[in-house]
Each structure stands twice: as structure tokens, then as C-alpha cells.
Write a protein that binds this ligand. Structure first.
Ligand code: SF4
Length: 349
């Protein structure tokens, strides 16, 4: 047996011995693989587990998801971030019901035609649900292969990613290829991490980066995008036990999520000017008080919220906004920083 085959056999054994017990591994239906893989994009396993379990209670099948309101789907996703993933899951479930009679396609080409379903997720469904010899290459696998083959090129380049995908496919055995495929993903998550634990790695005999001693210098990647700071003056406008909220417009990062209205600002707050602007929108207001600053991150943004309370004389309608009670807020999908704020202001209503 050549070294590569020995390594892949060792990886498969390692995976079967050490794999984590995870709820989506109990039953590899295409629907469960799909939902779990979408949730796991950009999100840690420990965060995903309770979301996945709740999701499966709320939407146990593609049909149940397709028949649900988008608001209920976004609400179930609340706190996971990158909400386009939830919107795409919902749209795709409807597409699977109408175009595929509720059954997931069992070939990669048709899977790739479904809204929001990319090569990684299509590969994962083919590999884990249909047990096919299919590559599912995520960031973990790219890191492992880049080191195993000592690839000294930027793995964020499309041409390099294509090569890594083909290479991954070539490493999969004919028998039980899904064990090796999932093993590569698991190895990247548990052993071949940013700081690799080569002493515990089943691939160490054949790993070229390890042999050359530059495993910590690989993979080569693009520079990370800088975090953008946002400062927002949040207006908490009360009127007789109700508060004004707004739903983010389609096409925005937080589309379909509710939040308290705000002005983008620099750090200097001129409350008189803000009150005057509010009055021009909503009529007479009386300034009440300032609340503690809240920080929250989403995608590549770090937002600092400066909440202030005003009492509104009238319940004026403002386009795109609505007046709600605190009980209603708890039922709506809210973005995370504003959710924390809603819990603080519950005592004011
Ligand atoms: S030997 Fe080290 S660098 Fe190579 S695959 Fe294993 S953990 Fe990664």
C-alpha cells in the first residue's frame, strides 16, 4: 500500500474512533446534512448545536420549513448571524418542494442549481447523505490539504481551490469514502488547527509540511478584511407602554430583522439636535434618559450602540416603523445588540 493510501486508511480509523458525537451525525438525511452545514458556515460547533436541535423541532422536514413564514425562520436563526443563510434555506426549501416534489436531488449538478447551495454543501450532501465518493472542501479541509501537500500558494485563489478540491477527491477511497471525507473535516477542526497538533495526527507520516518543518507557516491566505466600527445613537421612543421599532430593509446586512431606530453618528452626541431631528419626524418628544452603551459584532462590523430614551407625545406613524409592546418584541426576530437592549428596557414599559 502506498503512503497516501496508508494515511487515508489511518485517517478513516482515527475518525471512527475519535469523532465527536454531534446531533446531525445521528441521522444523515439530506435535509439534516444541509441545515447543519449551512449553520456551521462561519459559526462554531458549540454555538450551532442548540440551534440545530431547536430548528429540527420547529422545522423537522423540508416541507415543514417550506410551509413556515419567513419571520418564524428568521426568528429561529436569531443570534446566529449572516441571516442570508436563513433566507436562502427558506427559499431553497420552497424550491425543493415545487421543482423536486420535496426530494433532494441526488446529483451534484442539480443540487448546485438550488438557491444558496454552494459546492461545499452540495459535496457534503453527496458524501454524507448519499455516501458517494464526493469532495466537500471547506476551510478546514483546505488547511489540511495545503499542509499535507505543502502547497506554497495562496489557497484563497480560485485556481488553487479548484486544485485542492480535485486533490481531495483523488484521496477518497472507493470503500466508505464518506468516512475519509468527514475525517478530513474533523481533522482540520480538532488536530490540524491554526496551530497544528502534529504529534496526534494520523497523517503525520506522509504530511509534507510536517516533514519540512513548516506546518505552522501554511496555509498561505489573503489578508483578513479589517473590522469596520459603527457608532449608532439609538432612539428608544416610548408612548403609553409601546415602543417604536423598525424592520431592516431587503438587501441590507440585517434584512428582515427588527431593531430600534438609530442614527449613524460620530462619537460626539448633541442631544438637542437629535431631539429636534426626532421632532421633525414624529412630533413632540421629551428627553428622558441615557442607558448603558452596548457593543455587538456582526459580519465584519463592530457596532457601539448609544441608547437614549424619549417619551413621544403622540403615537405618530412613521413609514417602515411600527409601535409594539415589549411582549410583541420577544416574539419578533431581533438583531442581537438590540435584543440585549430590549431586555434592558423591558422594565420601562
Ligand atoms: S501532520 Fe500536522 S500539519 Fe500535517 S496534516 Fe497533520 S496536523 Fe496538519
Amino acid at each position: 500500500m502506498d503512503q497516501e493510501k496508508k494515511d487515508m486508511a489511518a485517517l478513516s480509523d482515527w475518525f471512527m474512533r475519535f469523532k465527536r458525537v454531534l446531533p446531525w451525525r445521528e441521522n444523515h438525511s439530506p435535509y439534516r446534512v444541509w441545515v447543519s452545514e449551512v449553520m456551521l458556515q462561519q459559526t462554531q460547533v458549540s454555538v450551532v448545536i442548540p440551534y440545530f436541535e431547536r430548528w429540527m423541532e420547529l422545522f423537522p422536514t423540508t416541507q415543514a420549513l417550506a410551509q413556515s413564514d419567513l419571520d418564524a425562520v428568521i426568528k429561529a436563526w436569531e443570534g446566529l448571524g449572516y441571516y442570508s443563510r436563513a433566507r436562502n434555506l427558506h427559499a431553497a426549501a420552497r424550491e425543493i418542494m415545487t421543482k423536486h416534489a420535496g426530494r433532494f436531488p441526488s446529483n451534484k449538478e442539480d443540487l448546485l442549481k438550488i438557491k444558496g447551495l454552494g459546492p461545499y454543501t452540495a459535496g457534503a450532501i453527496m458524501a454524507f447523505a448519499y455516501k458517494q465518493r464526493a469532495a466537500a472542501v471547506d476551510g478546514n479541509v483546505r488547511r489540511v490539504i495545503a499542509r499535507y501537500d505543502a502547497i506554497e500558494e495562496n489557497i484563497d485563489l480560485a485556481k488553487v481551490q479548484k486544485r485542492i478540491e480535485a486533490r481531495t477527491h483523488s484521496l477518497l477511497p472507493e470503500i466508505d469514502p464518506h468516512h475519509t471525507m468527514e475525517g478530513l473535516i474533523e481533522l482540520g477542526a480538532l488536530v490540524c488547527e491554526r496551530v497544528p497538533k502534529c504529534g496526534k495526527c494520523p497523517l503525520s507520516s506522509g504530511c509534507k509540511a510536517f516533514a519540512k518543518g513548516f506546518e505552522t507557516q501554511l496555509p498561505i491566505r489573503n489578508k483578513r478584511q479589517k473590522t469596520v466600527s459603527l457608532h449608532r445613537l439609538v432612539w428608544i421612543l416610548f408612548h403609553e407602554g409601546h415602543v417604536l421599532i423598525r424592520k431592516e430593509k431587503k438587501g441590507k446586512v440585517m434584512a428582515d430583522l427588527w431593531h430600534f431606530p438609530f442614527f449613524e453618528m460620530n462619537k460626539n452626541i448633541d442631544l438637542e439636535q437629535v431631539s429636534a431631528e426626532l421632532e421633525s419626524l414624529i412630533g413632540k418628544v421629551t428627553y428622558d434618559q441615557e442607558l448603558d452603551v452596548i457593543k455587538h459584532g456582526f459580519t465584519r462590523y463592530q457596532a457601539t450602540l448609544y441608547p437614549h430614551i424619549w417619551q413621544a407625545k403622540n403615537r405618530t406613524d412613521l413609514p417602515g416603523h411600527t409601535w409594539v409592546s415589549i411582549d410583541e418584541i420577544s416574539k419578533l426576530p431581533f438583531c442581537s445588540g438590540h435584543r440585549s437592549l430590549s431586555e434592558i428596557i423591558a422594565s420601562y414599559l
